[in-house]
Design a protein around this ligand. Structure first.
Ligand code: SF4
Ligand code: SF4
Ligand code: SF4
Length: 135
């Protein structure tokens, strides 16, 4: 996970979007990345991954993370179908993360820009948001 701070003080987690046509899957020369048919999440077969990093460059958000010591990439696997990040976000009453409505438990159905607009408007107020963020 990475954190976007498009305006000061408004930090938005940038998670794997579980793309409909995942470019990471297409790009992997080893066939190490696939989509879990049941959960809908990305799966990395660590035994096939050669840590070449091609999937990182292929991902629009550069989301795949190279494990610092184990020689393979790590990509959100939706926690096996029960996203932990959504649970803690909702428990904290931030509600920035939610589950998708299509049966697949995507934690982040909105873009970082969209979430910044929503969260920034709530925290700063619409007038201040417009003053600090020209989008
Ligand atoms: S790692 Fe990147 S390309 Fe792959 S599904 Fe996630 S957001 Fe899409
Ligand atoms: S780093 Fe691993 S998963 Fe990514 S493209 Fe290379 S072999 Fe495939
Ligand atoms: S669903 Fe699980 S693996 Fe994916 S970002 Fe959330 S906590 Fe991490």
């Amino acid at each position: 996970m990475r954190v976007f701070m498009l305006i000061p003080g408004i930090e938005i987690p940038h998670l794997c979007f579980q793309c409909d046509n995942p470019e990471c899957v297409e790009a992997c020369p080893e066939g190490a990345i696939s989509v879990d048919e049941q959960i809908g999440g990305i799966r990395v077969d660590e035994s096939l991954c050669t840590a070449c990093g091609i999937c990182i460059d292929a991902c629009p958000g550069r989301i795949p993370h190279m494990h610092p010591s184990e020689g393979h990439v790590v990509i959100c696997d939706l926690c096996g179908g029960d996203p932990e990040c959504v649970r803690v976000c909702q428990e904290g009453n931030w509600n920035a993360l939610s589950l998708g409505e299509d049966g697949i438990k995507k934690p982040l159905p909105e873009t970082p820009q969209s979430l910044t607009r929503t969260t920034g408007g709530t925290i700063l107020g619409e007038k201040t948001l417009r003053e600090v963020w020209d989008q």
